[in-house]
Structure formats: C-alpha cells, structure tokens
Design a protein around this ligand. Structure first.
Ligand code: ADP
Ligand code: MG
Length: 238
C-alpha cells in the first residue's frame, strides 16, 4: 500500500493547458474515483501518475517518494485500461504471467503468482483457455489478473468497464470493490459515469476542464456540492 500525492501538477500541450495545477492527497489503501465529462483531463492525470506522460509542472509522489523522474516500470503501479488487449495466441495463464517473465522469476514462481491471482479472480478453471474462448467479463478479469500478479502498491484504472454491457458493468464494479477489500491496495479509478463514482468511491475527485472542482466523499458531494457544476454533474442521472 502507498499514499499518492499530487502537488500543483500541470499538463500543457503547447499553448493548451489541460491540467491546471492539481492538488490531491490520496491515503494508503483509499479507493479514489476521478470523475468528469469527456475531455476534462482524467486520462491525462492518470497517465501522469503512471509516468506514461511527462508532467509540465508540480510533483507526483508515490509512497512518500517524488517520482517525477522515475520510469513507469519502477513506480510500483499497475494500470488497467478500457482496451485491455490480451495476447490472442497466449493462454490466460501466459497472458497473466507475461509481465513477470522479464523480471527474472523462475517458471515455478511465476506459475505460483498466476495461480494466486487466478484464485482471487475466479479464473482458476480458465487458465488454459485462449482469450477468444472467454466472455467479455472473463477477459476483463484476466486484464486485472495481469495487473495483480505483480502485487503493485497502487492500481490505476482508466474506464475499465466502458466496453461492457450494463449488467456486466454492475457486476464488475462489485468485483473490483471486492478486490480492493481483499488486497487493501490504493486504487485510483477514472470514469465519466457518475453512478460508478458514487457507488465505488471512498472519495471522489470531480474534474472539469482541467480543474478540480471538488474532492469529497460521495454523500458530501451530493449533499454539499461546492458549485453548480458539481451539483449538476453529480445530481444528474447517468
Ligand atoms: P478525458 O480522459 O477526461 O476524456 P483526456 O485526458 O484524454 O480527457 O484529454 C484532456 C484534454 O487534453 C483534451 O482536450 C484532449 O484533447 C487533450 N489532449 C490529450 N492528449 C493530447 C495530446 N497528445 N496532444 C494535445 N492535446 C491532447
Ligand atoms: Mg479518458
């Protein structure tokens, strides 16, 4: 587990400032949802935490260490995307263990980690299957499995459920929350879906046009929105 702290984090693309000085302090083991309309800067912010996007100003700290100059692979984070491209020619087990192979673990150690993750995610009976033989929900679970085998300190999710149908989305929300409870890991979850934010978050960060409008627990945002934007966004049906 690790806290994640952003201080005055900015992102500029030439003249365009897409993140305008974000201050967020995320506690150990907290489940924080970044929510806001399309194009407001959610993915950009998450990618800066992951180290996939250089930051234009400010600092990002993970576990108390400033990581501005630390490569993504050395940040002890794992990211789950919406387009969780699995390797089609590899089995579930190989897909899940792949990221461990160039870390120098033995075959037996990797197999052990994969079994551990598969048990947590209910994938144990599917380890020898290929991605094309899986349902959408099962594939999303494999994508999470690839992330958890490494036991990262922090999980980052970027709209991981938006390709799934409504019923499955509700089920997977529950599974991700169960995973959070089981692992106790810090999780930062991006969505444009207010319902997802309200039902999953310990705290919500509301973003709009590169600005943080409000940070708070779901009910606090609902009861005491800081401004009209938050009131409209959180209050309006998805
Ligand atoms: P969200 O994930 O909330 O939909 P993004 O973080 O993807 O938003 O994008 C935020 C803003 O940054 C958008 O206006 C987008 O057009 C702009 N943007 C993202 N990536 C780039 C880039 N590589 N070059 C220029 N502008 C970009
Ligand atoms: Mg995005």
């Amino acid at each position: 587990m690790a806290p994640v702290t952003l201080r005055q984090v900015q992102k500029r693309y030439g003249e365009l400032t897409v993140i305008k000085g974000a201050d967020i302090a995320i506690a150990d083991g907290e489940f924080v949802v970044l929510v806001g309309p399309s194009g407001c800067g959610k993915s950009t912010l998450l990618r800066m935490i992951a180290g996939l996007e250089p930051i234009s100003g400010g600092t990002v700290s993970i576990g108390g260490r400033v990581v501005n100059d630390v490569e993504p692979k050395d940040r002890d984070i794992a990211m789950v995307f919406q387009n969780y491209a699995l390797y089609p020619h590899m089995t579930v087990a190989t897909n899940m263990g792949f990221s461990l192979e160039h870390r120098g673990g033995s075959k037996a150690e990797i197999a052990e980690r994969v079994r551990w993750a598969a048990d947590i995610l209910g994938l144990a009976p599917l380890l020898d299957r290929y991605p094309r033989q899986l349902s959408g929900g099962q594939r999303q679970r494999v994508a999470m499995g690839r992330a958890i085998v490494r036991s990262p300190q922090v999980f980052l999710f970027d709209e991981p459920l938006s390709n799934l149908d409504a019923q499955l989305r509700v089920q997977m929300r529950g599974e991700i929350k169960a995973l959070h409870q089981r692992l106790g890991t810090t999780m930062i979850y991006v969505t444009h879906d207010q319902v997802e934010a309200m039902t999953m978050a310990d705290r919500i960060v509301v973003l709009n046009k590169g600005n943080i409008e409000q940070i708070g627990a779901p009910l606090d945002l609902y009861d005491q929105p800081a401004n009209r934007f938050v009131a409209g966004f959180i209050g309006s049906p998805a």
